[in-house]
Design a protein around this ligand. Sequence first.
Ligand code: BGC
Length: 728
Amino acid sequence: MPGYAGLVPLEGEPDVRVLGAAGGTMAIPRLGIPETVFADGPAGLRIQPKRKDDPYTYYATAFPVGTALASSWNTELIEEVGKAMGEEVKEYGVDVYLAPALNIHRNPLNGRNFEYYSEDPLVSGEIASAYVRGVQSNGVGTSVKHYAANNQESNRLRLNAHVSERAMRELYLKGFEIAIKDAEPWTIMSAYNKINGVYASANEDLLTTVLRDEWDYKGIVMTDWFGGYPGFESIQDSVSDVVAQIEAGNDLLMPGAEKQKAALVKALKEGKVNEEAINTSLKRILAYIIETPTFKGYKYSNDPDLKANAQVTRSAATEGMVLLKNEDEVLPFTNKSGTIAVFGDTSYSFIAGGTGSGDVNEAYTVSLIDGLTGAGYTIDKDLQTAYVPFVEKMNAKEMKRREENGGLLSDVQRIPEMPLDREMLAEKAKASEVAVITIGRNAGEQHDRKITNDFYLGQDEIKMINSVSDAFHAEGKKVIVILNIGGVIETATWKDKVDAILLAWQVGQEGGNSVADVFSGIKNPSGKLTMTFPVDYHNHPSAENFPGFPAHDPSEVFYKEGIYVGYRYFNTFGIKSSYEFGFGKSYTTFEYSDLKLSESTFEDEIEVSVKVKNTGEVTGKEVVQVYVSAPTNLADKPSEELRAFAKTKALKPGKSEKLKFTLKAKDLASFIDEQSAWITEKGTYTVKIGASSLDIQLTDDFSVAKDITVEKVNNVFDLDAKMETLKN
Ligand code: BGC
């Protein structure tokens, strides 16, 4: 990690080839081994855009964040996005892209949820697989991170996560398993946290027994940056347990400190580390190096097709947008004759993506105002004249505060909403066609989000929504809310006050244009939620154990909710949400019919087919979700679990498509603790075809004649403290 101030440069450290890259492997010129370069993602390549004495710029494209991409439920689209990202990786001289990130949304407050995909492991795994395939099709590598159970930022370097083996296998490992088996990522990044008392980077169960022995993974595992140290401050004085890390199967210590190298060499000389483990890691690393563009002598251009990739992000962003509410079909808003009154600081300073290592250095971000103006709408000039300087001043103040408080890793504080005068509002309501309000949120590495004034709206935001809605509704005018957020916020208390809500997410550098495409109806939103929007934060069972204890400085967190995360909890325990998992509206309507199961008794696999017809007036795509309820003789289970999904192609009005899904025994199995096995148990299964996890359109049953042991696995992840987990 060139330039890290606290580190003595490693012997032979090369000059920085790609400025702003997070690190890489060292050159050993004596052996003809070149350095290779790793740089961050996951919302686009993170490198420095400007270099000293160099007039050239090295901007990368800011693509939609993880939640936005996942909400598209479109694996083909994600593969295209991955391809575009990978082109920038390769053309800027990087060998491994430190992405995708697929930790489970255990709790809505995780500061990095925006980088991740879902509360559901199937969605996470399928999206990550597509992403890896796309990036790696360029001949560069990925690093699937953070393996595993890295579901919060508070004290991330030393947090001990207590997790049952069943929750590990069914939720926290499952997405990794899918991505690793389907897409063969070149590298995996082990997480910072401990799992049941053992650092992920020194956890043999995790890195060898499961990853290598059970899943047959052949690539390399690298630590997260300084993984295995209890805190960044400890790096100067101590050294991680390098022997445990290498022997557990963690091949590469990132970014690699002189002290760690010395400790390993000493252990080797004294016979205190298994030499075979070192040789195995070296072989894996060398096997990686010969695959890299650097080793192959690829002449990168430093000139990726940023124009083409801007179009990729503009279009991809629209597919992940979730239309939460659309009373009286106020959207698409096609009337361009009058003016639009645009409220909310964020409308004037759109958020492309989150902060921390996932923050891309893009050349520009299109604001909502610019997007709408570009699409031919007229924006109220008085509001614009008031907002622009206010937002600029507040943002400058906040940036200064952040620079003084840790820079990239500083917490993020939302700037207050500009106060609105009542008379002015009444006047604007008369003069404009419609009101648009943007609510913005940002967060990132090192900090979890807060319950008040973050998950719940701030008083200033509530006041804005109330006063704008009152004024506009008094004139018979509609109010549209755009959510420019990276993670879940509370919606239940205010959603009735407005007419439409478009969850745009943090949509990348073309954000304003992408929103305008949906606002105007050029694009029909087809995203659906990959996580629950609860009525109340405390409805999530993890709320009682997040971010852990002691509360002021948590070092332990107990995953007492077990497998009941997200909709698995809400649906099973009948807890009402504001918007459920899988929910999302469209500008058109769909009809589901012709559900067919290939057989009524399961043998090796079963084929499920269903017809989806566009019954509305505009072209649209529909996300179709296949849930299955399974018998519960051997273990308690969620009332239903997502077992497959697909998105239709763009269906013209009146057109339909038949979708087919194949369910194998493993897709239906649960992890049965007592038997250390994945078992598809005998009994009746109900297939539920859903437009969301609650909006079940069609159902049918099939049976399994006798218990099927799909896979016997090792008994791993023993708890290091007593913990009861939630049962249904
Ligand atoms: C983050 C990783 C990132 C790495 C390198 C760490 O702090 O957790 O996601 O890839 O830094 O920048």
